[in-house]
Design a protein around this ligand. Structure first.
Ligand code: BV8
Ligand code: ZN
Length: 270
């Protein structure tokens, strides 16, 4: 594994990998949304939730114990997402995807993020492995439900929690965010599609993830066992660094524009 810092010029062999790739899978985590102002999962909670870690709140138990606290956390996070914009990292991946499809290749975006910033940057997302903040379903009967945008401004943490709305399809159910909580199974279609894409890829790029949460963090290993080149983009070492061919230390909003322009991938129009 070669570690490179963002200040260095991107070595020719990394540029060649990006330039010559035609079937690319990008696995992203919270770090790609950090430059948009979205807190990563590692960052401490504030306001109503300062006593809890994200791992504690993102569980069925937390929702059972205090549905209003967890429900409000998710509505507030959605309001923050609605209040920010995709950054250069998101836009570069959308441009790279467009560039490759014009060359009869493909780029698949697989994300652990529950935000919609990849899509708002114009990218097609193959799978949200951990669900989406903007989707909701009944915690009892599972019936999906449409909701208006949350009434928070995304920055001021709400002073008091709000109860989750009741389900309109069953007598006692209440709505929950359609995300995957710790201890819950991932949506098999998204996970299987991600695994199949990695098996068919000629390059895998892992962006902004600490590589700790399973089974998402095991997906790049499917590439490793097939000798597919693996590149990590992250300012810090991660749980996946040791299996990478190259680790570029830097922020994705800075590294991706440099890497893609060095590889001749047009990113200007976005
Ligand atoms: C399951 C949705 C089983 C909700 C999320 C022990 C060993 C192995 C596994 C386990 C274990 N104990 C428990 C488990 C399983 C558990 C797990 O992996 N726990 C971890 C903590 C050890 N996994 C599960 O529970 C999964 N389900 O296993 O089910 C099962 C089996 C049978 C039957 C029933 C069940 C479900 C996991 C999904 C949980 N839901 N999100 C919500 O969002 O609220 S996970 C959530 O956290 C995110 O989706 C994401 O996946 C994860 C956060 O990770 P990252 O995205 O990587 O973000 P993080 O903050 O950690 O790091 C940010 C990174 O970005 C850093 O590296 C930083 O350096 C970098 N960065 C910062 N700035 C930038 C940057 N990079 C680039 N540019 C920048 N500018
Ligand atoms: Zn219901």
């Amino acid at each position: 594994m070669r570690e490179l810092s963002v200040t260095e010029s991107v070595p020719e062999d990394v540029v060649a990998l990006v330039r010559d790739a035609r079937r690319v899978v990008v696995l992203s985590g919270a770090g790609i949304s950090a430059e948009s102002g979205v807190p990563t999962f590692r960052e401490v909670q504030r306001g109503l939730w300062e006593r809890f870690s994200a791992e504690e709140l993102a569980t069925p138990d937390a929702f059972d114990n205090d549905p209003a606290l967890v429900w409000t956390w998710y509505r507030w996070r959605q309001s923050l997402i609605d209040a920010v914009e995709p950054n250069a990292g998101h836009r570069c991946l959308a441009a790279w995807q467009e560039h490759l499809s014009a060359q009869h290749g493909w780029l698949a975006v697989v994300t652990q993020n529950v935000d919609d910033l990849h899509e708002r940057a114009g990218a097609e997302v193959l799978g949200h492995l951990h669900g989406s903040l903007a989707a909701h379903r009944c915690a009892d009967c599972g019936e999906p439900a449409e909701l208006p945008a949350p009434r928070y401004d995304g920055f001021t943490a709400p002073p008091t929690p709000e109860d989750p709305p009741g389900c309109e399809s069953c007598p006692d159910g209440v709505l929950r965010p359609d995300v995957v909580w710790f201890g819950e199974m991932l949506p098999a279609p998204a996970f299987d599609a991600a695994a199949a894409a990695i098996r068919a890829a000629d390059l895998v790029v892992v962006v902004g993830t600490s590589g700790i949460v399973q089974p998402a963090a095991s997906l790049p290993l499917l590439g490793l066992e097939r000798g597919i080149p693996l590149i990590e983009i992250n300012p810090e070492e991660t749980g996946l660094t040791e299996v990478m061919d190259f680790a570029i230390r830097g922020r994705s909003g800075e590294v991706l524009p440099r890497l893609l322009s060095a590889a001749g991938v047009p990113t200007g129009r976005r």
